[in-house]
Design a protein around this ligand. Structure first.
Ligand code: ADP
Length: 394
């Protein structure tokens, strides 16, 4: 069974082809396109690459196309991306402007190209289906909540992968199994079952921190939109709700203009004034750029804030895991985030931390009560597995 997973951004399309035949679960091929203006042509090009590489003879060899979709009204989990689902995604296009419109357009084009093949969506919100109502709720009136003004949580595929893989690496196959089967185990509760407490830090172009008990999320830093929580590359992160009407009135700008600024000129880019890439910001900081230094400090401050929140909620932690572009690669940032935390059981080994890049590793001292780990994430694998399960269960 061959499953194509397509990761669609507003100007990019990445893909991975998985092969699940004969018990396999490996990646056959991967690739991507930047500066995409025409999804139809790009999809054609993607299929051509797969054919030229000898991975498929025609699109008939694909069992389905899977998508790591973000959010939809009243829909989560892993579902076929029918018109109703696309419409439900459209409902939140303004909440996830960098993701929902692109996925809707991309899925439509894939469907036009392959009308007989299932298009299957795994929503990023799925991992948070079992969080408590208190963890989901903002203190807004019921009417707002019913429209979706609540904490949804995102990066679900990534944090789910970390839930599974961290449990495996900690020798807890029972918890890994629980995490793997989470979306079909509707009654999963974070409180019962074997005890394992993990704080998962996905830090990349956008960043979020999730508390995980026994393979099940108990809460996360992202709220109603993927703009919330930690500062992101160019998206704002958490902001007091009164700041928005205040700044609109003071600057005489519209809600759309304010939203554009919050999505494109804020976050690490907005604070540093240098770049949205942490490598450039770190370089500028080393050369004495104060705004760049502040952007890094702000990021670290927010990361510690959320790690602290889940460390408390979980009554401690067995593991603190770093993943994604920044989490896997930026040792100085990991060092700042873990500094002076011996009293809560987090003892980073400076040498291990410095010598390891983007590979699975434990980077805490041998006597650290909390294991600090690097685990490269694999969101596409989570999508592919869930798509396979969806097809198997049909
Ligand atoms: P996205 O969320 O867009 O998939 P990534 O997870 O690749 O992004 O994270 C992008 C961020 O990670 C950037 O700030 C980039 O500087 C940082 N990053 C990615 N790769 C590396 C690397 N090899 N070394 C240092 N920083 C990296």
């Amino acid at each position: 069974m061959k499953i194509l997973v397509s990761n669609i951004g507003s100007t990019s399309l990445k893909y991975r082809l998985f092969d699940f035949s004969d018990g396999k679960s490996g990646v056959l091929a991967k690739g991507g396109f930047e500066r995409v203006t025409d999804y139809a042509a790009t999809i054609e090009e993607c299929l051509t690459q797969l054919k030229d590489g000898g991975h498929i003879e025609s699109e008939n060899d694909l069992a389905a196309v899977g998508f790591k979709t973000v959010m939809a009204k009243d829909i989560s989990g892993c579902v076929e991306a029918t018109d109703d689902v696309l419409e439900a995604m459209e409902f939140y296009s303004s909440v996830a402007p960098a993701h929902n419109p692109a996925y809707i357009a991309g899925i439509r084009q894939f469907r036009a190209k392959m009308p007989d093949k299932p298009m299957v969506a795994l929503f990023e919100t799925a991992f948070y289906q079992h969080t408590s109502t208190a963890a989901q709720r903002y203190a807004v009136p019921q009417e707002w909540y019913d429209l979706g003004v609540r904490r949804w949580g995102f990066h679900g595929a990534s944090h789910k992968f970390i839930a599974e893989r961290s449990a495996e690496l900690l020798g807890r196959d029972d918890v890994a199994e629980r995490a793997r089967n989470l979306y079909v185990n509707a009654g999963a509760s974070p409180v019962d079952g074997p005890d394992l407490r993990v704080i998962s830090c996905h830090m990349g172009g956008s960043s979020s921190i999730t508390g995980i008990r026994n393979g099940v999320a108990i809460g996360t830093s992202m709220g109603m939109s993927p703009q919330s929580g930690l500062p992101h590359n160019n998206r704002v992160g958490d902001l007091d709700s009164h700041a928005l009407p205040f700044i609109m009135r003071k600057l005489g700008i519209t809600a759309d203009e304010a939203q554009e600024t919050m999505c494109k000129q804020s976050g690490l880019q907005g604070v540093s004034g240098v770049s949205n890439d942490i490598r450039d910001i770190a370089e500028a900081a080393e050369q004495g750029n104060e705004r760049a230094k502040l952007a890094l400090e702000l990021f670290v401050h927010q990361a510690r804030h959320w790690i602290g929140a889940f460390h408390f909620d979980l009554n401690g932690a067995d593991a603190l895991v770093f993943t994604a572009g920044i989490g896997e690669n930026r040792s100085p940032l990991r060092e700042s985030i873990c500094a002076n935390l011996e009293n809560v059981g987090i003892k980073l080994d400076a040498e291990k931390n410095n010598n390891i890049r983007a590979e699975e590793a434990v980077i805490s001292t041998d006597d650290s009560p909390v294991k600090v780990m690097i685990i490269p994430t694999n969101e596409e694998l989570v999508v592919a597995r869930e798509v396979k399960r969806f097809l198997d269960n049909r």
